[in-house]
Design a protein around this ligand. Structure first.
Ligand SMILES: [Cu+2]
Length: 656
């Protein structure tokens, strides 16, 4: 099967999955936060469910075949560590030994015969998915009645990153904790060291409630009305209890990410680019050919999807890998003691950076013999800028924004800009930005996509080296950030406070880096930055999807583009948690554009050709396109829709 055909097949499979899980789509952004303070009471007799770091394959070899004995049972799980709440959940274990989240790791060389038995110690029939050969044949689920055991024998199929999962209430997609990674290593050749991360999603709803959700016309509304607690975990733990990964400078880091949740997750790596080596749907895995490789800082992992990624830590210090959907990482996802967003200013003393949920912390250490990491070359003239974070117009809700001044900025602005102004830097030119906080509340500022030193990365209480970590920027204080952008492209600056308030109040802006010989010409270079504005008045602590989507800060912006010339469009999504489809079109449908870059890195040559101007973009992603606008007057429309087709915002472009 051809590369392209295969890729299409995978994306259509993902699409089917996406349709199946549409009822879950709005759940995580709409969950009332404080409800998560009520986890179910621990069952005193329940066996413990331990986190699984996926470093020890399950099963035993009998001859050349792997014999695997899975057991499903109810147990007691502490995803926030030994001091956190105990949750009664259904989980898999191996043989008669302990239960774990994720379930036991299945990891075998390609071609290994597998004899897998599943013992069901739950009180309902268990439907098990994914215990199949990974090839083009369909995978029939295995039903295991309560109290019984079923055995299947199958071959591995192709090498890749897969998963298995089960449900005791007929869930149509991977959901909850009954599941694990299924890795098939290539036959022959050394196995490269890697780590496997399984993402799971917990909710406090019991199976009867979930069946009601499944049967509802508007399932997310029913889900929210039940006020569930919700959590997001990596390898069975929620930040800050997640495992800390430590690497040496210049290591090659390989990760396999397995999404066993009903939600897509735009996964973002701070400070470094990564390459996506393969993408799959749990049953199939498609390697990405070397010619199609490209570097990203954020990759959208579909619900039930998998990816394999590689990166190289080039600078020491503390870094993060996390989902960029705010409600998957906000402090409201803490099950033990959800933090009141308004208390966030005082939370800088703990080690959570004001976050919880789907986050991994990474520490990069210097080898003794390693060359010094790139530092600001002090002998070069440094451009000095001042970026003031301030309140704008008074009203029932604060409007937050920025004032930019300094070297190369023509005049000091007389009013606060929300979102912030395009901060235009030059590649390889050192810059020093003094960030001043006049907000009247604490904040932190992250330079999204920028390859800089850890201390300047903007995660308060975490970014930095050893004990020298970035502080929270307290009211009326400032923080000086220094970096030298190594590549030209489209990036973002945004608050790193995940209190669900500062971002929609306007604390974000475009960060543009131009090459030595380029100038940023707003006549032909257009930034389209998508965000959301304000809070839902009915739920002041929680952002729900009814808040307005804004394009460059307004619902219906107007642009003037010069006719008969080539334009560049820089598309940025920095909503709290949306995945949108953005198009540029006439009444006849989308115009044509040519992809240039994603996340500030060039797209592969194979993608540089004119395509209809429509792009799916998740929060934390940026895309650059080139558009040739024909001579003559006309109108173009920039449309922002949900991936389900719902209209969200629209900009008008007058071409003349
Ligand atoms: Cu997420």
């Amino acid at each position: 099967m051809g590369q392209k055909h295969q890729a299409q097949r995978i994306s259509s499979l993902s699409l089917t999955l996406a349709v199946q899980v549409a009822f879950f789509a709005a759940i995580a952004v709409a969950v009332p936060a404080i409800a998560s303070a009520r986890p179910p009471v621990n069952e005193p007799s329940a066996s413990p469910v331990l986190p699984n770091d996926n470093q020890h394959p399950a099963g035993a070899f009998e001859g050349s075949a792997l014999t695997l004995r899975l057991r499903a049972a109810r147990g007691s799980w502490q995803p926030e560590g030994p001091n956190g709440p105990s949750l009664s959940i259904e989980a898999f274990g191996e043989g008669s030994s302990g239960l774990s989240v994720p379930g036991p790791l299945i990891r075998v060389p390609e071609g290994t015969p597998i004899v897998a038995s599943v013992r069901n110690n739950l009180d309902a029939t268990l439907t098990v998915h994914g215990l199949c050969t990974h090839d083009d044949t369909p995978c029939s689920p295995l039903d295991v009645p309560a109290g019984e055991t079923r055995t299947v024998t199958f071959a591995t199929g192709a090498a890749g990153t897969y998963h298995y999962w089960a449900s005791s209430f007929g869930a149509p997609v991977p959901f909850r904790e009954l599941g694990g990674a299924f890795i098939v290593d290539s036959r022959g050749g050394a196995i490269q060291p890697d780590r496997v991360m399984v993402l799971t999603e917990w909710s406090s709803l019991h199976p009867d409630q979930l069946r009601q959700v499944l049967a509802a016309d508007v399932p997310d509304r029913v889900f929210v009305s039940m006020h569930p607690g919700v959590g997001f975990m990596i390898n069975g733990l929620s930040w800050p209890a997640t495992e800390r990964l430590t690497y040496q400078l210049h290591d090659t880091v390989r990760w396999r990410i397995v999404n066993l949740t009903s939600q897509p997750h735009p996964m973002h790596l701070h400070g470094f680019y990564f390459e996506v080596d393969s993408q799959g749907d749990g049953l199939h895995d498609q390697p990405i050919s070397a010619a199609d490789h490209h570097s990203v800082v954020t990759e959208l992992l579909p619900a039930g999807g998998t990816m394999t990624m590689t990166w190289t830590p080039e600078r020491e210090g503390n870094w993060l890998f996390h989902c960029h959907i705010m409600s998957h990482v906000s402090p409201q996802r803490r099950l033990s003691a959800p933090t009141d967003p308004r208390e966030q200013g005082h939370a800088s003393h703990d080690n959570s950076g004001g976050m919880a949920g789907m986050i991994m912390g990474i520490t990069v250490r210097r080898r003794d013999t390693a060359p010094l990491p790139d530092r600001l070359i002090e002998s070069k003239p440094v451009r000095r800028l001042r970026l003031v974070m301030a309140r704008g117009a008074a009203g029932p809700e604060p409007a937050f924004g920025f004032l930019l001044s300094g070297d190369g900025i023509a005049s000091v602005p007389d009013r606060v800009s929300a979102p912030g102004p395009a901060l235009v830097l030059r590649r390889n030119e050192p810059v020093e930005i003094t960030v001043v906080n006049h907000l009247g509340e604490s904040t932190a500022l992250h330079w999204h996509g920028m390859e800089l030193e850890s201390i300047y990365d903007g995660v308060h209480g975490w970014s930095g080296i050893d004990r020298r970590v970035a502080p929270m920027i307290e009211p009326e204080e400032s923080f000086v950030v220094r970096f030298t952008p190594p590549r030209a492209g489209t990036f973002i600056y945004h608050t790193h406070l995940h209190d669900q308030r500062q971002l929609p109040f306007g604390l974000y802006g475009p960060l543009i880096v131009v090459d030595h010989d380029e100038t940023f010409d707003p006549e032909t270079d257009h930034v389209l930055i998508v965000g959301r504005s304000g809070l839902d008045p009915a739920a002041p602590d929680v952002l729900v999807s009814q808040t307005p989507v804004v394009l460059n800060g307004v619902a219906a912006p107007e642009f003037v583009w010069k006719a008969g010339t080539r334009h560049r469009v820089r598309l940025i999504n920095i909503t709290p948690g949306d995945i949108f489809s953005v198009s540029v079109q006439t009444s006849q449908g989308p115009v044509q554009w040519t992809p240039l870059a994603k996340d500030g890195a060039p797209v592969p040559a194979s993608a540089r050709h004119a395509v209809p101007a429509r792009q799916t973009i998740a929060v934390g992603e940026t895309y650059d396109f080139e558009v040739d606008v024909e001579p003559g007057r006309r109108k173009l429309w920039i449309e922002v829709r949900s991936t389900g087709g719902k209209w969200e915002a629209q900009g008008m472009v007058i071409v003349r």
